[in-house]
Design a protein around this ligand. Structure first.
Ligand code: ATP
Ligand code: MG
Length: 203
């Protein structure tokens, strides 16, 4: 049985990583769409600890971002949250998370990483990207402001370079970002309908 065939036999769990500072409907809609389109048994949200690419600003405390993520997914039975990255010392790398999850699930599930278009376009700058791209599957979701044709081009490039298992998933375009939400909060503007009510209250 080759790898692709073997993948089909195992249940698929999607991993939604992010800083979630704060989590918003863009994240939730992307996760739900991937779950349905790519038939994932569940989606595990993994708030990052100390991501190497976000050293330019002070992040909200990991425990708070984790707590908001827990609150945001509460009414979706397919969604879970993991704290494996927030308690890791030093920088957190996706490859370490992948290895930890593979060991935890004893290789019995196929792990599929959900990344937004912006994230997939720069995935080759990630820690040990080649190994990561060879070993795990990715679902790249469309995101307003990022050209889908560039995403397709990247997908073909990564497939031929690393034999990666990649999918592009069209999600309803929600032009929401945590950066914009943080700016609104600073200005005292409303964040209603951009984040779940529980997050609005938490903030
Ligand atoms: P920030 O502005 O702080 O970077 P963000 O809104 O981009 O926040 P992240 O926590 O950086 O949120 O994103 C986690 C993952 O979710 C990334 O893969 C990102 O591309 C994806 N993502 C975030 N917002 C959207 C959106 N509106 N539509 C599709 N994907 C998204
Ligand atoms: Mg981002």
């Amino acid at each position: 049985m080759d790898r692709k065939q073997a993948e089909k036999e195992r249940p698929r769990y999607a991993i939604m990583g992010g800083t979630f500072d704060p989590i918003h409907f863009g994240h939730l809609a992307a996760a739900e769409t991937v779950r349905e389109v790519l038939q994932c048994e569940k989606v595990i949200f993994i708030p990052s600890g100390n991501p190497p690419h976000k050293t330019n600003r002070v992040l909200t405390q990991a425990q708070r971002r984790y707590a908001m993520t827990v609150a945001a997914i509460e009414n979706n039975p397919y969604f879970e949250v993991s704290d494996i990255e927030i308690y890791r010392n030093g920088y957190t790398y996706t490859l370490d998370t992948f290895n930890e999850l593979e060991a935890y699930f004893e290789n019995k599930v196929e792990l599929l990483f959900i990344t937004g278009a912006d994230a997939l376009l720069e995935v080759e700058t990630w820690y040990k990207a080649e190994e990561l791209l060879k070993r795990c599957s990715f679902a790249a979701v469309t995101r307003p402001g990022y050209d889908k044709s560039k995403l397709e081009q990247k997908l073909h490039e990564l497939q031929s370079k690393y034999g990666s298992s990649l999918f592009i998933v069209d999600v309803p375009g929600l032009n929401i970002s945590s950066t914009d939400i943080r700016d609104r909060i600073k200005r005292g503007s409303s964040i209603k309908y951009l984040v779940p009510e529980s997050i609005e209250q938490y903030i």
